[in-house]
Each structure stands twice: as C-alpha cells, then as structure tokens.
Design a protein around this ligand. Structure first.
Ligand SMILES: [Zn+2]
Length: 916
C-alpha cells in the first residue's frame, strides 16, 4: 500500500500531542494549578476582568487587555486549559518564575477552537502565582461537533449526488442531513441506491477493470455517508421532500453516521475532550463512504490538496483502485507533476541522535533530531513532518523561536508544528524534535523475491504464505528505512546532508546512511544497565532519506576502489558493452570509493569473496557514468530466508539465503539463473539510480528500478558475456510481455497493488523498464545511449526527476524525437501487434536478396528488432531493423543459401510476432 496516497485520501484526523505531563505534588504546584484553573474559569465565563485580576502587579495591563480581546469570546459553554511544558522564566530566580505552554480548548455549543498560549507566571510575595505576561502561539479555529440533524428527514426519489466521474443515485430512500452554522456539511443516505463510477483515462479504466471486472464500477448500495464543502456543487437539495421523522430511520441514520463520519476530517483531541470533533471541508472537497453490495465499503475522495485529487479506494483493505487528476487539475498543471511542487520547506541538513533497542522484546527508539530547514513556499505558518504514529513527540524547539506547539495527525504518521509567525520564502530555521516510542523494524519487501508455495503451483503465490514455516531464520537483523518513519522528515523525500549517531546494545553493530566516522565508542550506561555502543555516520553528499540496519556484524573487509575517470572498466574478464566517446562528468567527482563489507558472523568468508565482485561492479558503473555519487559504500550481508536486498544511499543490505531455507523462488521475475551476483549488481546500481537520481513521484519509480535492473544486466554482459546477458533479456521480455496487460510502467507501485501481486510490480517496473532501456539503446545506438545516460545523470544528480527529463536528455544526444517511444512503452500498457514475412528474390544486380517485411497493426511503436539469417552452411548473419512506421521493408543481400530467418532471436524486442 502506498501510505502517502492513502493518507491523502484519509484527509485529516488530528490528535493533540500529549506533552510531558507535569507531576503535581507540592503546595506550590497546587497554587500554579489554582492559577490555571482561574484562567480557565475566566475564559469559560468570558470574564475579562477576572483574567486581569490574575495579573502580577508589574504586568502590562494594556497588553493583557488586547490579549483578552483576541482570545475571550462570548458564548463559551466549556473550557479546558492544560499545561504542556514549563521552563524557568529568564530573569527570574529558580522557583520564582516559569514560562508555561498551555493548550486551550473552548467550546461554543457545537463549535470549538483550540489555542496554544505561552504564559509567563511569577510567584508574588513568595506565595501566590500570577500572570506576568501572555501570548498566543497558535490557534485552530472552526472545529465542529457533528451529529445527524434529528429534526429533518427527507424522502428521496432518484436523488443524485455527483462528483467528477461519480454518481450516487438514491432511487428510493431516506436522507438525513448533518448541519453546521455554515449549512449542510454531510448527508446520510439509506435505501435503494445505485453507484456509478467511471474514470475517463484509459489507464485508470484498466485498473478499475482489474478491480471490478469492468472499466466502470456499477453496484447497488444500501447506505452512504457524504461529506461536502459546498453541497450545491454536488446535489440539488430541492429534490428532497421533507417528511415526518420516523424514529427507526433516524436511529439507522445515526448508526451509519457513527461508523462512517469518523473516517475523515475527524479530530481526536486527547485529554482536552473525549468527544468527536471535526474540521470543515473546503468548497469542492468531497468524501463519500459507500456501502456497496458488491465491493464492501468504497470510498471516493476529491481533495484539493493533492496533485492527483480524485481517488477511489477500499479503506479496510488498504487498496487504491483509482488515483488521478481531475479535469480541472489536468488543465492547470498538465499531465506531469513533481511531488516537490507542493513542498512547503526543504530540509538542508539532519543531525540525529538515536538510542535504539531494536530487539523484538523492546523495539524501542529514543531520538533527538535537529533539522535545518528552508521555506520554499511563498509563506507558511505550519510545518508538517512525517513521523511514525507510535513515536511520541516530547518537544519541538526552534533555535530561532523557542518552544513550538505541535499536533499529531493520527493514522497518518504526521506531526504538525505551528509556527508563531508566518515565515516567507527562503527563511531558514532549525527545529529539534525529541521523541521516543516503540517502533518495529520494517519488513523486507519488494526488493526481495517472492517465495512460491510448493505444489500445486498457483499463478500468483501469496508473498508471505511460506513465512509461517518454522525454520531457522539465521542471524536477526533490524532495518529502519524509508518505510517506517523512524525520524522526523518532510512529507515527501527530500535531498539533505546528514550526521547520524546511533547507540545500540553492545552486542549489535550497525550500518547507516553515511560514511562511518571513527570506530564505535562504548557509552557508559545508567545504573545497572548493560553498556551500549555508539556509531557515527556522516553523509556529506545529499541523500533522499536516512536508513540504518542493526545486527551482529563483523568487518569482513575494506578496500579502496580507484576509478579511472572516463575510461572503460578493464579487467580482461568480459566485454565492455560500449565503445563510447561520451564526455566525462564535470564538477566534483570522486576518484576513489571506500568499499566495506560488514557481515553476520557466518557470512564473513562470503563477504571476503564478494568484496572483489563489489569493487568490480563499482568500477564498471563508474566507467559507464563517469561518476560515483557517494564516496563510500558499505555492503551489509544479512541472513534471510529469501534472496533480496535494500539499498539506501551509502549502503546496501544484501540477503544471504540460508542453505537450509525451505522456500522456493525460482519463478520470480528477478531470479536470474547463471548470474549469482544479480542482487549485488542491482542494489549497487541504486546508488546511482534511485539514490543519487531520485524519482519525482510514484509514477517514475522505473527510473530507479528499471535502470538498476538494466545496469545489473549490463554488468552481466560485461562480466559473463552475451550468453548470460541474452538469458537475462529473455527473462525480462517474458515477464514484461506476460504482465503488460496489468497497466503501464508509469503506474509504479500501483502495478499489482489492487490484487496484492508483487510479481506484477517487479515484472513491469523492473523488467519491462529494463527491456525498454535496452530497446532504446538499440534504437539510438550505444554511443548516443551512453551520452544520453550521462547527460541525464549529470542534470539529475541529487534531484528528483521524471521520464520527461530522461526523454529530453536522450533526444538531445540522439538528435531524434522520442515522445512516441516513451508514450508507447512507459505511459501506456499496450504491446505492438506485428506481422512479419520474408521472401528471397533476385536483387537489382541479379544477386539473391532476402526481403524482410514488417507491418504493425494498431498503435505504431518504435521498435528495433534483431533478425537472424541462418544459412545452410550453419553460419548466421544478424541484422538490426529499426521499425518506426506502419510498415518496414529491408533487403539483405544473401551470403549463402538461406535456411531460415529468425525474428527477434535475441529477445531484445518486446514483441511477439503474429504469423501470417
Ligand atoms: Zn531495486
């Protein structure tokens, strides 16, 4: 499941951060409590003079009056003032003055607001506490306590609620409204309804077909809850006829409301109130929870904040069915987008101190992360950070602005930090977040092959089916990376430098993003506890995200790999696939890389073998690109039931399957016979593709996986020659053709997502992506291809880019338009339909020629096809035919007696011939 896409649809469920509770013991504490209770009473009664009566003699009364004008309002029905944080007041002696941060919650009937205040309090005459100064830090206005309006019931006949591509028609039923002082904010519909959803785009139709068996969702529903910013945009209320209240119908509506309304816009406010409060959607926003007869409850969301502002999903199963831009969004931003376009700030640097006990009995993290940020939006007064829900935020402190007020957004791994001032573009600030909590390591997935059940062999083995088997799992390792939000980070990945200190139980070691700085140091522990070891890592080049893996590691080996800039790798073992005149990279280029292998104890000998292989791979990739993006690379060999790996910047964790593993994975798209270093080569390629060159949204993931897959294939070609390379091409092609009907490469994680088929994802994003690169190389030639790769890499290094950037680089170096090439192979799912005929006839000079004739039906593809002429004397002749039109015909003079013509003998083209 893509957390971001789903989270976006969930909209907002905010949980107020429960700050460090202050123990109340002494009399003095009691008196401070009394003061805050007095503030609470004054607020509740809107009694400004009562508040002024709490002031210290030296307090600024005018300032206090202005404060009450802003913060005290008539009509309050309940108020709560809760202390969150306390520091000594500067200029006061210890115990005589505090700066107190309080959260304030005030209800006005079914409306409420939250504010965060900073109160300076002083002890007067050694006894009583008074307010010396007061300031509002931030507010959240317009919270609503929603309920079904019990005074209005409507009869509906063909009452229709619409949003783009969606129609909910209540053929015969009952409607209740959910009202605020702003009008109708929700509808509860029950009775006999019909849901119709049909996206306009072909790709989305294809995904709906995978889900529903048809390009549209047509189903009955018996209940729906709809939440709207502006009802008149979606329905005509005049179609409803008021009828007398039926208690049974009202109870049913209230039950539907109780279950469905909390799923979006819902706030949970911790100790401020136990009741359910809700934010108001803005005009144009729309959410429908539809209880269908065929598909469980389906959720449709239109959300203005998202670049793809329409989505339909099954919330319970965590499956996105359709996610795409509305027509309006498409018209304003065009077909492509960069997720960074909506970024509010840019992280420049991280400094993280983390104490981790990742073992299963604890899984405990305690961290302090300092982020240096720069505002990139025009202005902002709030920062949104991603952090795992289970990690409690203890404090957020800014170097520039002191303590900051923060809210937790529940179920979305999000912390909202309110700023005391609106910051403008280019403003820089530093915030330190202290946090702790239980957090499990993330499971290895995606990059690990799928286990297959023994027999019978089903087409799509469930990924985790065999993991239940009770077998020795080897040395445990604990991975914290991009998927479990172990440190505060921006909502989307963002290049930054970093320094990370990780303290672990003494038995564990770790590998992390960055070059290890010095040996680990023993850290004295508190009374009686076991000693711990601290590791420090520095990422001096920008990285997309931070990661570490902890396990029992021993150093297997370390070497310095020397690069010969621009020169092809030369070790005499294999062939160099390219003869290129491509220019070398300009700018800072490393001419060496420190290569280290850390391994689980039993894997140390294997590690010593692998380091030479890894060095060879690094030299080879550097020779292709002319750069290595990071100055060090550590390979962490960990034991696992299945082969696979994970590659953040600066390191890769590589699974070493145990010899006694009972699992089979031979028919996985990324299992390549005859190429034992496949995973090592793939994971190392990610240092260039995926890490140094980032993808700008989920659609572009093939720039990471397809490229790493193709680089691994190129290494196979270099290391083992054409036979192994040919075998890889065969497998890339087989999987790509087999699964192309599941959607275009451009769907990224959504390939195979609806039915939870990770092999579909790998078959298309990895294998088809790589096969497309091979066809592109064939089409433009080795030299232009390598030049294009380098141009793309140089322009993209340490940024997030898309297919269009790659196309531009390749067009510039090849001098030919490639829009149709990428349109067919990346943005759409179809495959070419081709017929081929050949005949032998006399040429102009009377010599025998073979005429090869190709014809495409349907969409025209640009597709280079290798043709093999087999002669009776057993010699063969290879001819590459670039087919870029409806028909193509070439004549090849024969060099003997022709026995046979083999179409696409090297499997380099993604096409299956239609025999005529
Ligand atoms: Zn990968």
């Amino acid at each position: 499941m893509n957390a971001r896409a789903l989270a976006a649809a969930v909209l907002c469920a905010v949980l107020l951060q429960q700050g460090g509770a202050v123990a109340v013991q002494s009399d003095d504490e009691g008196r401070i409590r009394t003061l805050l209770a007095g503030v609470e009473r004054a607020l509740r009664a809107n009694d400004r003079s009562a508040f002024l009566g709490l002031l210290a003699p030296a307090a600024d009364a005018t300032r206090a009056q202005n404060f009450t004008t802003l913060e005290f309002r008539p009509g309050a029905t309940r108020a709560a003032v809760i202390e969150r944080d306390r520091q000594q007041l500067s200029g006061s002696l210890p115990g005589l003055g505090h700066r107190v941060l309080v959260d304030v919650f005030v209800e006005y009937g079914d409306r409420a607001r939250i504010a965060s205040w900073q109160l300076d309090i002083k002890r007067i005459d050694g006894v009583e506490w008074r307010v010396a100064d007061e300031e509002r830090i931030s507010t959240v206005e317009n919270l609503y306590r929603l309920s079904v309006n019990p005074g209005r019931q409507f009869r509906a006949r063909n009452f229709t609620v619409r949003s783009e591509d969606l129609e909910l028609r209540l053929v015969d039923g009952v409607v209740f409204t959910v009202d605020t002082d702003q009008g109708v904010t929700g509808l509860v519909m029950s009775g006999r309804g019909e849901m119709h959803f049909e996206p306009a785009a072909e790709t989305e139709k294809g995904q709906v077909r995978i889900f529903a068996g048809d390009t549209k969702i047509e189903t009955r529903f018996d209940a729906a809850f709809v939440r709207v910013g502006e009802l008149s945009l979606h329905a005509n209320q005049d179609e409803l006829v008021a009828v007398p209240i039926e208690p049974r119908e009202l109870r049913r509506a209230e039950e539907i409301f109780r279950v469905e309304s909390g799923k979006s816009y819902a706030l949970e406010l911790g100790d401020l109130t136990s009741e359910n409060w809700s934010l108001a959607p803005v005009a144009g926003d729309f959410v429908a929870e539809v209880r269908t007869s065929r598909f469980d409850t389906l959720t449709y969301v239109r959300s203005r904040n998202e670049p793809e502002d329409i989505s339909v999903f099954n919330r319970r199963r965590g499956r996105n069915i359709a996610v795409y831009p509305s027509l309006e969004r498409l018209a304003t931003r065009g077909p492509f987008y960069n997720e960074d376009d909506s970024a509010v700030y840019d992280v420049l640097d991280y400094d993280i101190d983390l104490a981790a006990t990742p073992t299963p009995d604890r899984q405990w993290l305690e961290g302090r992360a300092t982020l240096r940020l720069k505002v990139v939006a025009a202005s902002t007064s709030q920062l949104s950070l991603r952090l795992a829900d289970s990690l409690m935020v203890h404090s957020v402190v800014s170097e520039q602005y002191g303590r900051l007020f923060s809210l937790r957004v529940r179920n979305q791994n999000t912390v909202l930090v309110n700023l005391p001032y609106t910051l403008l573009r280019d403003a820089e600030l530093t915030v330190t977040i202290a946090y702790s909590g239980r957090l499990a390591p993330q499971p290895p997935e995606r990059e690990t092959v799928a286990a297959q059940p023994p027999l019978p062999r089903t087409q799509e083995p469930p990924n985790r089916m065999m993991m239940e088997v009770n077998v020795p799992t080897g040395e445990r390792s604990y991975l914290y990376s991009s998927r479990n939000n172990w440190y505060p980070q921006p909502p989307v990945s963002d290049y930054a430098t970093a320094r990370i200190r990780i303290t672990l139980p003494a038995g564990l070691a770790c590998v992390a993003t960055g070059e290890m700085e010095g040996p680990p140091v023993m850290v004295p522990s508190q009374a009686g506890a076991a000693p711990r070891r601290r590791f420090e890592f520095v990422a001096s080049r920008p990285v997309r995200y931070l990661a570490f893996i902890a396990s029992r590691f021993a150093r297997a080996d370390r070497v310095t790999v020397a690069f010969d800039a621009g020169a092809p790798a030369e070790d005499g073992r294999g062939t160099t696939p390219f003869a290129s005149t491509a220019p070398a990279i300009t700018g800072a280029v490393f001419d060496t890389m420190t290569l280290t292998v850390e391994a689980n104890p039993l894997q140390v000998p294997r590690g010593r073998q692998l380091i030479n292989e890894a060095a060879d791979i690094a030299r080879f990739y550097d020779s292709l690109i002319g750069d290595a993006p990071y100055e060090s690379f550590t390979l962490a060999l960990v034991e696992h039931l299945l082969p696979g790996g994970h590659s953040p910047a600066y390191f890769a964790a590589l699974n070493q399957p145990l010899p006694n593993t009972p699992l089979r994975w031979q028919s996985d798209p990324v299992n390549f016979e005859g190429f034992p270093e496949f995973f090592l080569a793939h994971e190392m390629a990610h240092q260039w593709w995926g890490q140094a060159v980032g993808w700008r949204n989920y659609h572009e993931q093939w720039l990471s996986e397809g490229f790493s897959q193709y680089f691994a294939a190129l290494y196979a070609e270099h290391r083992y020659g054409n036979e192994v390379f040919g075998e890889m091409l065969r497998q890339l092609r087989k999987w790509a053709i087999d699964r192309s009907d599941q959607g275009p490469v451009y769907l990224g994680y959504r390939l195979g997502h609806i039915r939870n088929q990770p092999t579909v994802f790998r078959a298309l994003v990895y294998n088809k992506g790589a096969a497309v690169l091979h066809m592109l190389r064939r089409l433009v030639g080795d030299d232009a291809f390598l030049r294009g790769l380098r141009r793309f890499y140089v322009g993209a290094r340490f940024t997030k880019v898309g297919t269009e950037d790659f196309r531009a680089a390749m067009e510039a170096e090849s001098g030919r338009p490639l829009d149709r090439f990428f349109q067919r192979w990346i943005y759409s799912a179809t495959l070419p339909k081709m017929t081929f005929t050949s005949r032998v006839e006399a040429g102009g000079d009377g010599r025998q020629e073979v005429v090869l004739h190709f014809a495409q039906e349907g969409d025209i593809f640009d597709i280079p096809v290798s043709m093999t002429l087999q002669y009776t004397d057993r010699h063969v002749q290879n001819v590459l035919v670039p087919i870029t039109d409806r028909t193509a015909e070439i004549r090849v003079p024969l060099t003997g007696t022709l026995r046979n013509v083999v179409f696409n003998a090297d499997d380099g083209a993604l096409v299956e011939i239609k025999r005529n």
